[in-house]
Write a protein that binds this ligand. Structure first.
Ligand code: ATP
Length: 262
């Protein structure tokens, strides 16, 4: 039975399991993301976070388990079909073209997401002009949302690391996600930049996106922005809860530090 898209969690994964030959990278993971939530997926290197992202977004078909997005079973959907439903992800590798300006990058993100119809491309006229105008308005609004208005016409190659990370999110937003999944979006940021980045992410929920799911190693950022955190270790769920509970969980400390917490 298909649940109403209006009720229940936005994303629900049950019993997610991924085996590569003899290696079990992810085992029986259950994950939900509710509307309005920022959920963090954390764990030490090799814990299975990216493998989970790949299963949730159709890049891998889980060996076992199912994934539901807005009540629809998307387990065996192709990545582009999942993206069209509004589940958009970023990758660890940057999606930014360094020679293009900030604005052009976001506009490109809009077209890459196939927001303009092919028909309109081949039969130009009023429809195309309207689509073009809407795309530009949308791109400029996204640039503003991400706090990059001042850098609108700067080539991406001139951006600071903090600005670049914000632009990467802006490009992902151009695809108009309902749920945006970010894989290490704050990589390389210093504490100040991570603070600005985190505050910007928080403003997106309920405005630009319904919810965020974040894989991130920067604990200050994760603890500062997430409503709920799921911890993986050796492919399995180790803990789940609010940031404060996760911070004080001795099993989590042990997984990260490799020894029992005092
Ligand atoms: P990191 O924080 O370092 O990015 P992660 O938590 O994202 O790590 P994964 O990249 O999901 O971890 O890897 C989980 C485990 O699965 C690792 O042991 C990894 O070597 C293994 N793995 C991932 N992808 C493959 C693959 N395509 N073939 C074989 N093993 C894989």
């Amino acid at each position: 039975m298909t649940a109403s898209p209006l009720a229940g969690p936005l994303l629900r994964a049950e019993n997610l399991t991924m085996r590569f030959g003899g290696i079990t990278a992810v085992k029986q993971v259950a994950l939900t993301v509710n509307p309005g939530e920022i959920v963090g997926l954390i764990g030490p290197n090799g814990a299975g976070k990216t493998t989970c992202f790949n299963m949730l977004t159709g890049f891998y078909t889980p060996t076992e388990g199912r994934v539901f997005f807005r009540g629809t079973d998307i387990t065996s959907h192709k990545p582009h079909a999942i993206a069209r439903l509004g589940l958009i992800r970023s990758f660890q590798k940057t999606n930014v073209m360094k020679r293009l300006t900030v604005f052009e990058n976001v506009l490109t993100g809009h077209y890459m997401a196939g927001r303009q119809s092919l028909l309109a491309t081949f039969f130009p006229g009023a429809t195309v002009r309207r689509a073009e105008r809407e795309a530009r308005e949308s791109a400029s609004a996204i640039v503003e949302t991400m706090g990059l208005s001042r850098r609108m016409n700067a080539p991406a190659s001139l951006l600071s690391c903090g600005e670049l990370r914000l632009l990467e999110v802006a490009v992902a937003l151009a695809a108009k996600p309902t749920l945006l999944m970010l894989d290490e979006p704050a990589a390389g940021l210093n504490s100040h930049e991570a603070g600005v980045f985190g505050e910007t992410l928080k403003t997106l929920v309920g405005t630009a996106v319904q919810s965020l799911l974040i894989v991130e190693h920067n604990m200050e950022l994760v603890m500062g922005v997430c409503d709920r955190i799921v911890v993986l270790n050796f492919g399995q769920m180790l803990a789940e809860g609010e940031p404060r509970a996760i911070l004080s969980n001795p099993k989590v400390a042990e997984a990260y530090l490799g020894k029992a917490a005092a």
